[in-house]
Design a protein around this ligand. Structure first.
Ligand code: ADP
Ligand code: MG
Length: 449
């Protein structure tokens, strides 16, 4: 939805840059098909059209307008429809063939989880450097490399980044990524029938790899000799100078079910933790995500999301896409602060158990620099009445409490008075931009952690 809207804007610009004939015959026939990682792919309906628009004079203008609309680093690729489809088909076939040919199961990695897409901050720079070093020179420095940290801090992303890097730079290496659960299931299966689900011999599979990555090792159990088997796999690989990378949500020392001999094996390499991101890193991650996904959001929305969310980056991404999705449903190309507040209303209500009437009253007083006595009192001057009505409106909207209870907070006012204030501001929010901004500003203060 976003992509075609954005492309329409590019077209509007291009219309003024080229002749009407060029525009109608060639440019207007292009279809945007994909945008991500700063690359926009456009499809031309025929080879002739493709050749026309790839002429430098036209192509440069397209690139210029695309960069104005998307971002200044966007790379434009124009291809012809059949060529594009053929390329996609070939890509899939190659992947299938590769998996059939390879003696072990080579892992596929999520193309989005690369080092380029990983934002480095204070909290993760050491871990990231260690992972990069291992990707560049496997089995030479940190072996095993054990990384640990809380949920959603980027451990799986980094493992995939190593996988993607190795697949690109060293395609002959057998790189295997498994979760602890998969390792366990493969093993259990192999005890049953000598093979795992993919019909491979367990040992042949796990001991034939050059780089073994095990994710979420905290789930390793002590049942059915799993740790015993893992110990042998580990030793085998280690002795053959193969790289082992392990990720966990806690340090080996805090894994109570871990056998002592495994703990000591893990300690023989590098154990590095990944910490919670600070505010700046969170902002940088949101921006990166926006440029990667082609999301357009106002800067204050980025700020707001970074402030509002905790440290789980996965959760932060979820909130960002919720906001963008909401604004796209309204047919907007930019997500505004208003969209953010509106789309996160439920989130705020369920997550924010600490929000109460007292907090809203205090925040409003603080915002307008008036006292609590004044806001709940009887004064009728505009400087007090407007904040009072706003406060009533906000309490009514953000909290689930009866009008009479709100009346009680405001010096025993009648519920019809409360209703009047609520409706007055409610109507103004729709027509008066000044009031709308006030409401949004106070709400965003209230929703900050
Ligand atoms: P974990 O495995 O530690 O629970 P993930 O690797 O699954 O966390 O990360 C959760 C999400 O957050 C992923 O979508 C990932 O791309 C993103 N993420 C985490 N850290 C970063 C970072 N530093 N830069 C960009 N994206 C990140
Ligand atoms: Mg993970």
């Amino acid at each position: 939805m976003f992509l075609s809207d954005q492309w329409k804007k590019v077209l509007n610009k291009l219309e003024n840059e080229v002749t009407a004939v060029t525009f109608d015959l060639w440019i207007n026939t292009l279809t945007p098909i994909q945008y991500g990682n700063d690359e926009l792919t456009l499809i031309a309906p025929s080879i002739t059209a493709k050749n026309q628009v790839n002429q430098p004079a036209i192509f440069d203008k397209i690139t210029k307008c695309v960069r104005e609309e998307f971002n200044p680093y966007t790379f434009v690729r124009i291809t012809e429809r059949n060529e594009y489809e053929e390329k996609m088909r070939r890509g899939e076939q190659q992947l299938e063939k590769m998996q059939k040919d390879s003696p072990t199961l080579k892992s596929k990695f999520n193309k989005k989880y690369t080092f380029e897409n990983f934002v480095i901050g204070k909290s993760n720079q050491v871990v990231c450097a260690a992972m990069q070093s291992v990707a560049e020179h496997p089995s030479s420095k940190f072996n095993p490399l054990f990384i640990y940290g809380g949920v959603g801090l980027g451990k799986t992303h980094l493992l995939h980044a190593v996988g993607n890097y190795l697949n690109e730079h060293d395609p002959d290496l057998n790189v295997l990524y498994v979760t602890c659960e998969k390792f366990t299931n493969d093993y259990v299966e192999s005890i049953r029938n000598g093979k795992d689900k993919t019909n491979m011999d367990f040992r042949e599979k796990y001991r034939n790899v050059d780089v073994l990555m095990i994710d979420d090792i905290q789930f390793i159990s002590n049942k059915m000799g799993i740790q015993e088997e893992f110990f042998h796999t580990f030793n085998d690989l280690y002795q053959n100078n193969k790289q082992i990378i392990i990720a966990s949500d806690r340090s080996p020392k805090d894994m109570s079910a871990l056998e002592e001999r495994l703990r000591s094996r893990f300690s023989s390499g590098l154990i590095q933790d990944i910490q919670e991101p600070d505010y700046e890193t969170k902002v940088a991650i949101i921006k990166k995500k926006c440029s990667q996904e082609g999301y357009l959001v106002d800067p204050d929305v980025v700020d707001f999301i970074a402030q509002k969310t905790g440290t789980n980056i996965r959760e932060m991404e979820g909130i960002l896409s919720k906001v963008v999705f909401y604004s796209s449903l309204l047919g907007k190309t930019h997500a505004s602060m208003e969209d953010a507040l509106e789309s996160l209303k439920d989130y705020a209500e369920t997550e924010r158990t600490d929000l109460d009437a007292d907090k809203i009253v205090n925040t409003v007083c603080d915002f307008f620099k008036i006292s609590r006595e004044e806001i709940v009192g009887k004064k009728k001057n505009k400087e007090i009445v407007e904040p009072r009505q706003l406060c009533i409106y906000l309490i009514n909207e953000m909290l689930n409490i009866p009008l009479t209870a709100i009346g009680a907070i405001f010096g025993g006012r009648d519920h019809t008075t409360i209703m009047h204030a609520r409706d007055k501001i409610g109507n103004q929010v729709k027509v008066n931009p000044h009031i709308k901004t006030l409401v949004n500003d106070i709400k965003s203060r209230l929703l900050k952690y």
